[in-house]
Design a binder for this molecule. Sequence first.
Ligand code: CTP
Length: 400
Amino acid sequence: MFLKERKILIGLTGGIACYKVPYLIRALRKHNVLVRVVMTRAATEFITPLTLETVSGHPVAVEMFESKELVGTRHIDLAQWPDLVVIAPTTANFLGKVASGICDDLLSTIMCATSKQVLIAPAMNPNMWTNPITQRNFKTLTDIGYLVVGPEEGEMACDQIGVGRMTEPEAIFEFINSYFKRTSKKKELEGKSIIITAGPTLEAIDPIRFISNHSSGKMGFALAEQARAMGAKVTLISGPTALNAPAGINTIAIESTADLRMAVKANFVNADCLIMAAAPSDYRPHKIHSSKIKRTNSDLTLELEPTDDILKEITSSRRKEQVVVGFALETDDAIANARRKLKKKNLDFIVLNQPSPDSGFGVDTNRVTVIAPRRKPVEWSLASKDEIARKMLELISKMF
Ligand code: CTP
């Protein structure tokens, strides 16, 4: 059911395992997969294009510049056509060519031109497989997201025993089937627009100094990455942090609590959810000195005024279906204080964290208690911020 009408481009490179590929093609076609085949010239030494034309039901492409069809752009057409590119078998030579961006025949040029998911099934002599150069090339490809099946351990065509056999066609078929099963599932937060705030705010004292806090932004950034992975459209509003802006997420940089308030207000109207993981300053200097405050021998008093409580203000005009989540950092009387905030700020739930060496500011792990109205607090055990983020977003996805 996940395979029906999927388009798979199968590329064969020159190895003895080529003789197994017709079995894979037959299994795919039995499940109504549309298959096209491209071979390197070396692959045609192991199996004829005629055999693959017969099992795939389509002409097989080998040459870059063939006069019969679509001469100029056939590599582009073939690169864009499939849902998945499968290179089986993948030789050491082909791994090296693709990892280095060499395009000297039709199949290697397709690899350079395609933006589609690629699956490789390496097959080679065990010494070639363990060669550090092959391993480096292999890593280059897996680092950029290539999927891999095999190679397997066993007896080789050269009588050697070791790792290097191509995975059997039935197992490659199963791998492809589960890939499509996995990617066909609707993601939990697809179609949802989520605002996540992160990091500290900076409240200027003079052109040189400011008031801030120890927030690292890690929890908010983890939430943004996980929400995106779960299919949400994410807007990350972040105070100054040492973290790199996550690729592909709309990130708005702010400094003060007033900036944060404006950015949240502007984006909340069209959002399905707001997660306030930022640590906004509750006070700011009453007056920002226009020039640097000079040192004297007397005491200096800074007069502070409260900033706006963004969550409290935002939830006073929220739509019923919008989900709003806050954090609470408490040092004393934690549960009671967090509950008070939950009520005062009219939140769907609040995530309480108490600062400790393995939880709270700056570290990659967190130990939190989740408190929702009329429910008992639920303690989550120590976990990475990514894991906490994923659990929080799963909870949110159930609330929609
Ligand atoms: N928050 C906010 N606006 C502020 C301060 C905090 O929206 N000016 C949000 C935080 O992002 C967090 C929640 O309110 O999600 C609770 O923040 P916290 O600092 O724990 O509580 P405060 O309301 O600031 O109360 P206190 O500092 O007295 O504990």
